[in-house]
Design a protein around this ligand. Sequence first.
Ligand code: NAD
Length: 389
Amino acid sequence: MMNRKEFIEYVAMAGTTAMIIPNLAKANLFGTGTQSKLRIGVIGCGSVSGMYLPHLTKSPFVEVVSVCDIKPDRAKARAEEFKVPNNYDHIDKMLAGADFDLFVNLTDMQEHGRLNKEAILKGKHVWSEKPLANSYKEGNELLQLSEKQNVRLWGAPAVVNSPQFAFMAKRINEGKLGKIAAAHGRYGHLGPHWSAFFYEKLGGSLPDLGVYNLTTLSGLLGPVKSVMAMTNILTPERTVDDKGTIKVEAEDNASVLMEHYSGALSHVMSGFNYFDPYGHEGSGQDKPTVSIIGTRGAMHLIGYDWKPFAVEMATLENEASQKFATDTGDYVWEEGASVVSKAILENYEPLINVEHSLHVLEIIEAARKSQRTGKRIQLKSKFPYPVIK
Ligand SMILES: NC(=O)c1ccc[n+]([C@@H]2O[C@H](COP(=O)([O-])OP(=O)(O)OC[C@H]3O[C@@H](n4cnc5c(N)ncnc54)[C@H](O)[C@@H]3O)[C@@H](O)[C@H]2O)c1
């Protein structure tokens, strides 16, 4: 992993410093090195908090100080379960209560931008579940605000941290596959049953599920220049635990075509209507879900990119497909907040990058615009690439 100095040198070398990460030029954005644990406040005590809290409360870099949920019973129950000293029923109470350093946002997708902004204004670093804002514009404004406030902002997913992503990125960088022509990713299931927000306006399968493959493919093949997409609603009504029968407003079926600056054309499919024998947890999923094809070789990621097991690769030199990167190491998909906590404390730049998250957010918006207009949409944003040198 690069330290901050190496990162700045790399960015400068790429000639894109101003565009990429201007706040790195400022001093003292990271921890002073005197604090041994980063203090965390978690907002949103629903389903995913059941994955985050066991991980965070075991992390040596982190102390979970507070939990918060507008459903107060949920915050109380999580506080009890994970021995968190403070629980609140409103963000304002949490921000005014016990002091902490990193705001971890696990609320409904539609709430992220607004809550992240409140936390940044109160001088907190932010780790947000995806998407970190509801639009590219709002996300960019949050980034600028975080720079002004001298705090850091990051968003899920953490897929670039897996050893399998690293393996694929390194083989691509060293030209093992030749010139990359095409890539494909797919991720779907039958849709969450517990909360309506997944199906309401600004929800949808793209920010919930497509976001993983979009991050993986842009992370491997580089920034995207233009997007064309088709999205639709295949199941117009759903019954969910919190609101009963609801009208589906956001796309539950999406197919996105991307043209990367490298010339590669990639494709991502995501949806809430996919036959899924592996369940929401992805248990037992050991089939390829991401493929990269070049002039001299091809690679397939085994398992979901958020929970990968191996990479199959065949090349001109070795045409029989072989399995590589079968060690999953310490990587778990719910590790983002503890990974950035360690980076803050130890003063280095993690692989997860906010410009990359914003780029993916712009792709999602472009996909929706392409569906609305029937046109190919040009993107503005970029991010530091390659993600792994
Ligand atoms: N469930 C998963 O396995 C999973 C996995 C990865 C990422 N995510 C992401 O995590 C986020 C949350 O998903 P979830 O499945 O846990 O949803 P959920 O509905 O189970 O939980 C969300 C919680 O946030 C609370 N909340 C909403 N608005 C709030 C506010 N303004 N202040 C305080 N609390 C508020 C809700 O009361 C609820 O308890 C989403 O962005 C989702 O995409 C979920």
